[in-house]
Design a binder for this molecule. Structure first.
Ligand SMILES: [Zn+2]
Length: 470
């Protein structure tokens, strides 16, 4: 009996001639009804009016001969309906079973509808740290005894047992929370095989969303591939772009990495190489714009926008990394308004005999009309840019960061002046990398990650200077 799941419910499993909900047909159905009065089991083979492929016969043990002698769906439709009607429809990957049953009813011009619960999602919610939530994995994990794997009633029984085990292990509050999560609106597309998500690892790496005709839609990275991919499908969509990606996705693939930084490096490389449709343009750019200060004739400091494709080695101060010249100019404009700076000095207007337009709006303190000293303006300007200042590389040369995945595999990431020089599999390879005079390109995500790693107090990332460098 079930204690915390809503009753009555029907735990359903079907076997089919294949995985296509439109063309393939049901060969067997098993239903476990759980009501206040107790538990009833029922199953029947069904004649699919179609050939069962060899591989599926081997998998299920259901042969063409067996189903030839079985009733057609319409002959058992009423029986099935009586067992399912008015009950919560539960299945492992419920969209599959529900989709097939709905289609069989639709062929009889009947619209079957039910409230659904998916035990794949249930397992994912209650056991988030486990790797994989296929029925096979769940059976092994919870040591569920099954007589005949891939026969409908036996698989339904396994699902039922899993629900009972989850109740025991997790308790009422967790089950209620899981149910709430189930009923939350989600936008998993109908054409999408939910099993794909089952196969994603709880590990760092890069994931790829593929559309119709194997067209690459999007590349993303995460410290936890599965969690991140799921969030694409379950989050309330922030943009129509994200909605579009989800609706068009037909397949998801992934590359595991040893850690977050290598995921970042791989993502950046793959985006540039494969140019997915929906990755924002700025992630493809390899030239950034920054702001530097130039000293004018009377000692006035003027912000200048400069393009950079690699981190300058000089110790000259740079402020901000912007994906375009326009974005850099916008940043200067807002700093001007916020800190009452002069438009003439900041290059937003050509200096002339008249005051800048900011002065006319009583914001600029009047450097342009000789009412403010260069020094006063300089102090304000430096103050305004302070937060944008790019950090100076605090080492005396290249460093390595070693990542290790759950299986113990290691990668050494070689970094100099905030740029990734390369990835080495062994310590020997590090010196090889340093000997090839590479031209490391700047990458905003990598820069941000490294700044956090270098300056954060917790030592989650170990940074080792290479070759006598400090
Ligand atoms: Zn002015």
């Amino acid at each position: 009996m079930l204690k915390y799941f809503p009753l009555p419910c029907a735990i359903v499993d079907i076997e089919t001639t294949g995985g296509n909900v439109t063309y393939d047909r049901i060969t067997e159905i098993g239903i476990i009804e759980v009501t206040e009065d107790g538990v009833k089991e029922w199953s029947t083979l069904i004649n699919p009016r179609a050939h069962i492929p060899e591989g599926i016969q081997l998998l299920t043990g259901i042969t063409n001969d067996m189903v030839n002698a079985a009733p057609y769906f319409e002959q058992v439709a009423k029986e099935i309906l009586l067992r399912l009607q008015g009950k919560l429809f539960v299945a492992h990957n419920v969209r599959f079973d529900y989709g097939f049953i709905r289609n069989e009813f639709a062929r009889l011009t009947y619209t079957f509808k039910s409230k659904l619960m998916c035990t794949v999602r249930l397992s994912r919610f209650l056991y988030p740290d486990q790797d994989g939530h296929s029925l096979e994995k769940i059976i092994t994990r919870h040591q569920i005894y099954v007589t005949h794997r891939h026969r409908a009633l036996d698989d339904a029984k396994a699902t039922y047992k899993f629900m009972a085990i989850a109740e025991e292990e997790k308790g009422e509050a967790a089950i209620k929370e899981a149910l709430k999560h189930q009923y939350r609106k989600e936008s998993m597309p109908a054409q999408f095989d939910a099993n794909l998500i089952d196969e994603l690892p709880n590990a760092p790496g890069v994931y790829y969303f593929w559309g119709e005709n194997k067209e690459l839609l999007y590349i993303g990275k995460s410290v936890n591939i599965r969690k991140r991919v799921l969030s694409h499908f379950t989050a309330d969509h922030k943009s129509s772009r994200e909605m579009k990606i989800c609706q068009q996705t037909r397949n998801i693939t992934f590359d595991k990495t040893t850690g977050e930084l290598s995921a970042l490096i791989l993502e950046s490389r793959k985006v540039k190489e494969l140019q997915p449709i929906y990755n924002r343009k700025l992630r493809r750019v390899s030239t950034f714009y920054s702001i530097q200060l130039e000293e004018g004739s009377d000692g006035i400091l003027k912000p200048q926008i400069c393009a950079i494709s690699e981190m300058p080695l000089s110790r000259q101060k740079l402020y901000g990394l912007f994906p375009s010249n326009k974005k850099a100019k916008h940043a200067i404009q807002s700093l001007c308004d916020e800190y009452s700076l002069c438009y003439h000095v900041c290059g937003l207007e050509k200096p002339g005999s008249r005051a800048c337009s900011s002065y006319q709006l009583r914001k600029c303190k009047g450097y342009c009309v000789g009412k403010q000293l260069a020094l006063q303006h300089n102090v304000k300007l430096l103050d305004s840019l302070g937060a944008l200042a790019l950090k100076t590389w605090p080492y005396n040369g290249p460093v390595s960061i070693t990542e290790q995945d759950a299986s113990g595999q290691q990668k050494h990431l070689v970094i100099d002046n905030w740029c990734v020089i390369g990835v080495a599999d062994s310590l020997d390879e590090i010196s090889e990398l340093l000997n090839q005079k590479l031209n490391p390109q700047i990458d905003r995500d990598t820069y941000r990650y490294l700044v956090t790693a270098v300056f954060s107090k917790d030592n989650a990332v170990v940074i080792r200077p290479i070759r006598g460098s400090l």
